[in-house]
Design a protein. Structure first.
Lengths: 80, 233, 734, 80
């Protein structure tokens, strides 16, 4: 199965990269950008066909490694 | 002082660290491979050195923090054992939960290698015994992600409990935005754990222990550790 | 698998000329298969075969009693005594860096590091020489930031200090930037490893990262001129993985230590093809490759793709058969791929099998030896008139010119660049970037290495022969100025399209100059690299033969830096000053004239003056030393003042020379040293006795650069200009 | 408006990060992980209410800055 785990910074956590990109977009003249926050996606191929089990494994992966839950949130999507 | 220097794939300042430890203590440090599950018997000090463990891919220190040896380090620290993490080591200690907070990308979004000044905030700890409180020392930094961040409450606690041991400052000790090399919260360069036995810091004292580097301000940290352990023994 | 028909168009798209293809037909007596065509195109392109340059490279002196290995291996090797050897080489990654600056630069650094540790050396330092287009060019900023981040990104993570280099801006690099990376390693003289295979039926082992479709045709790209469609060549960029390389380094050194290796060759340009052919051909053996065993990262890769892939962080080795298991265990421990992909054979044929079919069967020696060799037509660069200093009207005063020059893109501080490189890791960097040469302690000392990269392309353009000599002389001088004994060089020859006789003339001229200087200064070439076709829409780069120099200090504590050390010391100028303004920075950036003959190089004077300076540093008489180069005397003096935070009071220009030519002329073979004032008389008398032109020109002290008869200018304000230009420019403010 | 730009590596381009994460997940015992590829997301707040215009601005941003189209692909999502 193919899955995507998206990890984003919790609101309130400073995001220097997002800030810099925001500034750069403004100076490139991209219109109307009010704020940018940067996150990560992980596209994962995972064996097995049981969606619930896969979801559990991915949750495990995110908790153990993919996200630092002190500062980050994550979301899991499974695309069959 | 029997030290154990952890070696994760991608770590690259382990030799610098081992050399500094040897100079300070006269003893060779044990190099401990990440896949081990125990520390050498009689270890007094565990050092997590600098480098790019696992390429610093994902987040700095994240993958190393989950290596087998880290369980042994957690147990060692829980018993009050001394743990020193420098640069990538600091990042690993944060990721492994031994220290609070995270190290984000430098505010300028660039890797930065240069000598900086840091102020020693207190001298009554194992990691600062070799200095005077308020002393300003010069040591190099070399990192892309050294911007310390934690939530408001954690920062308050760190300050309240006197757990910020090193702070970026100017040559004459002024702590301000200008001397804050990477944008760290409250100019934090190094913090200790609640019990005071785990230190994480971004600058590299191990690179300023010999005359040839033009400065030996890093010696105090190692000499202090040796003195601390001798007193404890 | 469907193989495309070999058509003239297909042949041409492989960069092979009709007569070269004819040669292939004659050599193998039949039409090549698609895979074979790919193999020929990789082996016979400019980058791998040196077909335009080989003839002329033969003129370089490559021997000295301390040379262990000259050109012809992955890197050069010199003996530094005590059973220790220094292994080094420089290589370009110009075209890829223009297309994708970050990845282009990283893979350039990665490639040169591999060349060094392939020979059994642990890398101890990196340097880099970067040439960018004019600051005003819309792409320049983006390229600078990407390349610098990439050079740092790889070296920092790999864990080697980047201790020196060069950065220049000139409109002639607008469409063709240069990224030359140099790596220096340390080995034991009795544990150097070479590429030549030996023994029949020996397992050939593939190590490192998996093979993907990266950079297929990268080597051909590096040999093609850019045109406006080169964006289409984009998918061939490779991505560097410094983490994998660090593991590869540790694993390779470990299996070398365990005595498992017969031969080793990294996979660089044209990957598996070049490395396997070289191993066999050098050992007089054939090679049978079985591509089914090659670890791949992508599915459905064809033989053609596997043979031409330039995936990074890979090695090929011939192992001692009895040690295969031990070697494999070491590689697995480091988490790297390990696969036996072939055997050596007695047949002297290069046989490639895939899926049960023979995809290529070629004579192995001829693939390299019979590569085309061209004596391309060349015309000598016409000599330019000598500019008479008296005829150059100074548009502004001396102090105004100093203030302006010190803050130009040419002469300003490179701190913004080298602070992004970890230059202190390993704890041996005695002299950091910013001086004449970096000094790196050898293990625990007392020996040290002096390392530098240099060339002055505007001189090379004006007079290739003098420019070639000057590049070597300046590298030699840089090493001397820190107290080192110059031992050997690596060169990276970056030029335009060799099919144009003027360009070929530049190449031949520079090479003659380099050879002459190397011979006279006893400074042989032990490795190098050629990068041609640095040209966009018919306009070539400035001829840029980067010279990487290595020197030895018997005791690194007896080295000099350029910083003024104390107030009240005598400032001594060594070498003859005529006031040569032709091709000077002053003439270009103050007077707006890029003109005239460059300063002539007098190698005998270089040697005599340099030997004296080195002697003074060793004896501890010289408290500071600096060679005079770009910008001339007053710039060099200011650099010393800024580094030490101490000013200077200096005498006015002598009557015989017009002041702006005296202060900013770029006469060669000159140094500034400081000595304690009470020793000045003796030092000068001794030098004069030895026939060395010298004069006391002033005294250190105060906060200003104070030239008698001129308004004093504060060192602090000069430093502000010096430090600010690059950060301001990169921040979009200059 | 809120938008998300997701940037992923083109297939065939080496992903050292994904490779390292894949290895780590395997050694952490997360079941069945066959491959991981890492990408980036940018969560952008952008003013204006014309979806087509916003989309054009975001495309501009992605081409100019957010993605390196030599080695990366991007996708734009606008969530009103
Ligand atoms: N300009 C040069 N001067 C001297 N030797 C050179 C020069 N260019 C290349 N060589 C030598 O030719 C050999 C092949 O070079 P190259 O193809 O760049 O090596 P690699 O295969 O390691 O990339 C090397 O030994 C190199 O040192
Ligand atoms: Mg090579």
């Amino acid at each position: 199965m193919k899955a995507r785990v998206t990890v984003t910074l919790k609101s309130g956590i400073l995001d220097p990269q997002g800030k810099a990109i925001e500034g750069a977009l403004k100076s490139l003249g991209v219109d109307g950008v009010a704020s940018v926050r940067q996150g990560k996606v992980f596209d994962i191929e995972i064996s097995g066909s049981d969606k619930a089990k896969t979801e559990a494994a991915l949750k495990d992966a995110a908790d153990k490694l993919l996200a630092n839950t002190v500062i980050e949130n994550y979301a899991i999507e499974i695309n069959g | 002082m029997k030290s154990a220097v952890l070696v994760f794939p991608g770590i690259n300042r382990e030799r610098d660290m081992a050399r500094a430890l040897k100079l300070a203590s006269g003893q060779e440090a044990a190099m401990v491979w990440h896949a081990e599950t125990a520390l050498p018997d009689g270890t007094d000090l565990v050092v997590v050195p600098g480098g790019f463990s696992y390429g610093d891919y994902l987040r700095c220190g994240a993958i190393a923090a989950r290596a087998p040896i880290m369980d042994a380090v957690r147990a060692f620290a829980a018993k009050g054992g001394l743990v020193l993490g420098v640069c990538n080591g600091f990042q690993i200690l944060c990721e492994s939960g031994l220290l609070p907070g995270v190290l984000m990308r430098n505010a300028q979004l660039k890797f930065i290698c240069r000598d900086v000044h840091i102020r020693v905030e207190r001298s009554d700890t194992a990691f600062t015994r070799g200095y005077n409180a308020g002393q300003i020392i010069r040591v190099p930094v070399a990192h892309g992600e050294g911007n310390y961040e934690a939530d408001e409450e954690t920062l308050k606690r760190l300050e309240g409990e006197g757990r910020v041991l090193y702070r970026y400052c100017s040559a004459d000790g002024v702590v301000d935005e200008h001397s804050n090399i990477n944008g760290a919260a409250q100019s934090i360069a190094g913090i200790v754990s609640e019990r005071g036995n785990v230190l994480g810091m971004m600058p590299h004292p191990e690179n300023h222990v010999e005359d040839i580097m033009g400065c030996t301000d890093g010696r105090g940290l190692f000499a202090g550790l040796v003195a601390h352990l001798e007193r404890a023994a | 698998m469907n193989q495309p028909q070999i058509t003239p168009e297909l042949v041409a798209s492989h960069g092979l000329k009709p007569d070269e293809y004819q040669r292939i037909l004659e050599l193998i007596g039949r039409v090549p298969s698609f895979t074979e065509l790919g193999i020929f195109s990789a082996m016979w392109n400019e980058h791998c075969s040196y077909k335009s340059s080989r003839l002329h490279l033969r003129g370089l002196p490559t021997k000295a009693p301390w040379v262990i290995q000259g050109p012809g291996e992955n890197a050069g090797v010199i003996d530094i005594g005590d059973g220790q050897a220094v292994v080094f080489k420089m290589e370009s990654h110009n075209h890829p860096s223009y297309i994708e600056p970050y990845q282009g630069a990283t893979t350039g650094v990665g490639g040169i590091l591999r060349d060094v540790f392939t020979m059994g050396a642990r890398p101890i330092a990196c340097l880099n020489a970067l040439s960018f287009g004019a600051p005003e060019h819309p792409k320049t900023r983006h390229l600078v930031s990407g390349v610098v981040a990439g050079v740092g990104g790889y070296g920092n993570s790999f864990g080697v200090p980047t201790v020196g280099g060069q950065v220049r801006f000139h409109t002639r690099y607008d469409g063709n930037i240069l990224v030359n990376a140099m790596a220096v390693g340390l080995a034991d003289t009795d544990k150097i490893f070479y590429a030549a295979a030996s023994g029949v039926n020996m397992p050939i082992v593939y190590l490192g990262s998996k093979t993907g479709r990266d950079g297929i045709h990268g080597a051909s790209m590096a040999s093609a001129e850019f045109d406006d469609d080169s964006a289409e060549k984009r998918p061939t960029v490779q991505v560097g993985d410094p983490f994998a390389e660090k593991l590869l380094l540790e694993a390779c050194l470990e299996i070398m230590e365990a005595d498992c290796v017969i031969a080793i060759q990294d996979m660089g340009a044209a990957g598996l093809t070049c490395s396997a052919v070289e191993m066999g051909a050098k050992g007089d053996l054939g090679v049978d490759l079985n591509l089914d065993a090659v670890p791949t990262r992508e599915t459905g890769m064809s033989a053609y793709e596997m043979m031409l892939s330039e995936s990074q962080e890979r090695m090929l080795m011939v192992l001692k058969p009895e040690k295969e298991k031990e070697a494999e265990a070491i590689f697995r421990k480091w988490g790297l791929d390990f696969a036996v992909v072939g055997y050596t054979t007695p047949s002297k044929r290069f046989v490639v099998k895939h899926g049960g079919d023979v995809m290529a069967d070629l004579p192995i020696k001829e693939l390299g030896d019979e590569a085309p060799l061209y004596d391309r037509p060349h015309v000598e660069t016409p000599l330019l008139p000598v500019i008479q200093a008296r005829e150059v009207k100074p548009p502004i005063g001396i102090v105004a010119a100093l203030e302006k020059l010190i803050a130009t893109p040419e002469l300003c501080s490179r701190r913004w660049v080298w602070e992004q490189y970890d230059h202190v890791i390993l704890g041996n960097t005695v002299q950091r970037p910013g001086g004449d040469a970096a000094v790196v302690r050898v293990q625990d000392g007392p020996k040290g290495l002096a390392l530098t990269v240099d060339v002055t392309p505007r001189y090379c353009e004006a007079d290739p022969y003098q420019g070639g000599m000057q590049a070597v002389a300046e590298a030699w001088r840089n090493i001397t100025a820190v107290g080192g004994r110059p031992l050997a060089i690596t060169d990276n020859l970056n030029f335009g399209n060799p099919e144009r006789p003027e360009i070929m003339g530049q190449f031949v001229g520079c090479l003659k100059g380099i050879a002459e200087a190397c011979r006279t200064l006893d400074f042989p070439v032990v490795s190098g690299n050629v990068s041609l076709y640095n040209e966009t829409n018919g306009r070539g780069i400035l001829p840029t033969p980067s010279i990487g120099g290595v020197g030895l200090l018997d005791d690194f504590t007896k080295s000099a830096t350029l910083a003024f050390k104390a107030e009240g010391e005598a400032i001594i100028l060594i070498g003859e000053t005529q006031g040569w303004l032709g091709q000077s920075v002053y003439l270009r950036d103050i007077c707006g004239r890029e003109e005239g003959a460059p300063p002539p190089v007098d190698l005998a004077a270089e040697k005599r003056n340099g030997d004296v300076v080195r002697g003074m540093i060793r004896a501890g008489t010289a408290t500071a030393a600096h060679d005079i180069s770009d910008g001339g005397l007053l710039i060099a003096l200011t650099e010393m003042a800024m580094a030490g935070g101490i000013g200077a009071l200096v005498l006015a220009a002598p009557e015989s020379i017009v002041p702006h030519a005296y202060w900013f002329g770029e006469d060669q073979a000159r140094y500034i040293v400081t000595v304690p004032a009470d020793q000045a008389g003796l030092v000068l008398a001794k030098m004069k006795g030895a026939g060395v032109p010298c004069a006391r020109i002033g005294t250190t002290g105060g906060d200003d650069i104070a030239v008698v008869g001129e308004t004093p200018v504060s060192v602090e304000s000069l430093k502000t200009g010096f430090e600010n230009w690059l950060p301001a420019y990169m921040g979009g403010k200059a």
